[in-house]
Design a protein around this ligand. Structure first.
Ligand SMILES: NC(=O)c1ccc[n+]([C@@H]2O[C@H](COP(=O)([O-])OP(=O)(O)OC[C@H]3O[C@@H](n4cnc5c(N)ncnc54)[C@H](O)[C@@H]3O)[C@@H](O)[C@H]2O)c1
Length: 249
């Protein structure tokens, strides 16, 4: 029997691959044998990571730019795996959310996924490839003061299911809905919104998840590895919560 969860000879594109969940996904995929293309707007972090990982390269690309996405795909010889991971957050109920911020979140979290997926589909049909979309618990349940964020992550979840209906045999597409995970995304949130009470809010974030702690980027990356691998050949159009029990209740 061969070793499970290998990605030898596969080319994987990971958006937002320079930080947090995306970075760990790049590390895990490279260790599993994939050639990883680290797509990010953070050039220095993407280049640093690419230099560390065998067979990896950085591609500086803003996923909200149709021209940049087109240019990226013109440089890809083949593609087997697309991880739509890049995303941004915003705190606010509907009254606190400006139209500008709402549109900014949709541009990155939804239009970015649309543009990358649309560009990837012809190649993924050829390679019989895989898409892994990163949504959030905010795509499954309402989270307090995350009006725009929940709306975008719900859209990512439904884009996943809808694609699986249009392309049931051509490629596989699945969705991961993480709870709160220890990444620069969460650190940035604490710094921006709770600068003077970081430790108090960090404890609240831990308590929000019944397991009593935040997730680790590696725990999410390993689920992405499973979904990208041949072992998940029967898994399609599915949504996986990985949230320490948050959405069980
Ligand atoms: N951290 C969490 O608690 C958590 C929970 C659930 C879901 N998520 C989702 O997981 C994904 C990754 O989150 P993270 O915590 O690792 O975030 P992060 O902030 O650590 O990393 C996100 C990366 O995406 C890149 N990026 C942002 N906009 C981009 C753009 N327009 N084009 C290309 N790259 C861009 C950033 O430069 C950064 O490197 C996001 O979609 C996020 O919504 C995170």
């Amino acid at each position: 029997m061969s070793t499970p969860f290998r990605l030898d000879n596969k080319v994987a594109v990971v958006t937002g691959g320079a930080s947090g969940i995306g970075e760990q996904t790049c590390r895990v995929f490279a260790a599993a044998g994939a050639s990883v293309v680290i797509v990010d707007v953070n050039e220095s972090s993407a280049q640093r990571l690419a230099a560390e990982l065998p067979g990896a390269r950085a591609a500086i690309c803003d996923i909200t730019s149709p021209d940049a996405v087109q240019l990226l795909f013109s440089t890809l010889g083949r593609l087997d795996i697309l991880v739509n991971n890049a995303g941004i957050g915003l705190v606010g109920n509907i009254e606190e959310t400006s139209l500008e911020d709402f549109q900014r979140l949709f541009r990155v979290n939804v239009e970015g996924v649309f543009l990358m997926t649309k560009a990837a589909v012809p190649t993924l049909i050829q390679s019989h490839g895989v898409i892994v979309n990163i949504s959030s618990v905010g795509g499954l349940v309402g989270v307090k003061r995350r009006h725009a964020y929940c709306a975008t992550k719900g859209a990512v979840l439904m884009m996943t299911r809808q694609l699986a209906v249009d392309y049931p045999t051509e490629f596989r597409v699945n969705c991961i809905a993480p709870g709160t995970v220890e990444t620069p995304f969460v650190e940035g949130y604490l710094e921006k919104y709770h600068k003077h009470e970081k430790e108090k809010v960090r404890l609240e974030l831990n308590a929000r998840q019944p397991i009593g702690r935040l997730g680790k980027p590696l725990e999410i990356a390993h689920l992405a590895l499973y979904l990208a691998s041949e072992e998940a050949a029967f898994v399609n159009g599915a949504v996986f919560s990985i949230d320490g029990g948050w959405t069980a209740a």
